[in-house]
Design a protein around this ligand. Sequence first.
Ligand SMILES: [Zn+2]
Length: 681
Amino acid sequence: MSNLKMKEAALIYLDRSGGLQKFIDDCKFYNDSKQSYAVYRFSILINPSDIVELDAELGNYILHQPLKAAHVFQSVCFVAVKTLSLIGQLQTETQINIVLKLTHLPPLRSYSLDLCEFPLDYASQRFYMMQGIVIAMTTVTKYTQGARFLCSDEACPLSKGFEYIRVHVPGATESATVRNDFLCNLCSSSLQEDRKFRVLGDKQIVEIITAKALHAFQGYSNSQPFRFQSLTIFLRDESVSKMNIGNEYKIIGIPTCVRTSQTAVCIEANSIISYNPEVPSGISDNFRYLLSLTSSSCWKFTAILANIFASQIVPPGTYNLLKLCLLMSLVQTSDRNKELKDCLDILIMTSDTLLVDRLLNFSIKLVPRGIRHPVSTEIFPTLSRNKYGTGAVSIQAGSALLAKGGICFIGDLASHKKDKLEQLQSVVESRSITVYIPGKKFGDDINQQMTFPVQCSFWSFVDMDSSSRRNMQKTNTLIGRMDCSLIPANLVEAFGLLINCNESSSSYPLISTVQHTLKKAINPEELLYVASKKFTTEDFEKLLAFAKNLNVEFSLEAERMIHGYYLASRRIRTDSISGSKLSASALKYLVSLAEAHARLNLRNRVLKEDVLIAALLFETSLTLKYGATVFCVAPNAVFPFELYNEEYLEQRDIYLNQCQQQLQQFIATYGPGTAIFTSDE
Ligand SMILES: [Zn+2]
């Protein structure tokens, strides 16, 4: 009786939810095709809240015994097919394959599977929700959805008809569905598959890790190799190609235990939902107060941020230019699975590799996808044979794809081999990577290729001490140009921002750094400065999370100025021999820099003051790459003085206002459409 009641409820649900109409449409498709199959596959969308409200027993059945619940719908659908004559070719109920697709699961702890907790429950064959980042995926291959078997004894009535139907169930391997050792129930002769009725579906295997595992990439020390466990997800049919490497998803599925050459817990995915974390609603009170104090200026707030940032690593006032650039690169990251167009790659020339390395390691921890690339692994995707023996090739993400929407810090540039640097250059320029899958090597007839977008900013540094030692005899003829002959010139050019960060540079108070280092050595946990207590690491994390989610747009004035500077700069850096030094991506970097400065100021609008900072940073970088030009920018233009108090900030504003006028003059003289520009001014 209970079963009958559930069938009634299932029919009512199908009718009310529009599922019945969809089923009838799907049947029409099969009927019109006139093709006869072993099984007919239907997916039915289930909203657990609605169904529990309609019939608690059926709802409970779906949530906790989904495979049996599918049989309830199978019976209902078979009756519908027969009464309404929906598919002429269909003969038996076993030929109907129902897949229940859940919209969500109750937001209760017992329905979520924490990938960090073991053992995982794979015995109860019910739905769980889990969340993870895709670190590897295979190419798409075929699997058997269903097959028809016939008795081999021609005299037996079961040598015809559709009595013996095998259907794939979650967790089953290919050999479980299609085997040659089945026997006829009636006469015990062996069963043989009728191959022309076999139904094939698409299959893809992905591996996910919990987001917590990314911490292993953050506090990473090169001397300690580490491993983490990934979880295998089977995607079938409409779920195939729904997941991308590097993205984070919530997955509803049934954990099962797959026994092939090895035994492993896998998940048969049922529904896949893109995961987007919530945007923080605000910033800390101290930052809010600081913002209101500095509201009269467009430059003071970010100057103070840069000054006090990472005071756990370097004393306030040290490496301010670098710290400002790091903060700007950090606010251009994104933790919503959307396309990241505004990368800000940073290459640092330094003789102080120890502090710079520490500073960068500290900084990447402030965003969810800050990845410190471990030397022992690959930056870009690699291929391996899939361990489930399905013939598919598995593509492993590598650090760059794992850093999707964030920062990939690859350490000392010189530590990478020449071919990897060439690959890096091509990726930085094209923002994508293509993986070639040689068919021969992986037992396939055809060669394949897959292209992945690379959506992270790269950070790296070059040790100038080793560079200058090797190139002692070289003299530098261009004013301001840095000798970076250790690294291929094309690669240096590819990085949007080149920063010179040395003890000899003006923003380096030697005494306070020594004091800082000594105090930290005695008590590593101590907060040495008032600023570190008032503006904690968590405060910065929250500030960055808030700032990067701001939607910014350019004011007309700022837009004109950025184009003006770009075109003027392009014009004066063009010579008849090698053409223009400024690539097409230069404008993209400038826009990203200006946006970043506006965001760091927690503004929605990019102003000409932001463009000035972008232009100064960019011009400083160009000067290091190619030498100075008529738009002569001092190496310390963004932080011109040493003192850091209110008076200093006031003076800096006056200085930056002068720079602004110089920039406008430069655009007026060398920019295109000068007449139009000045008349508007
Ligand atoms: Zn038989």
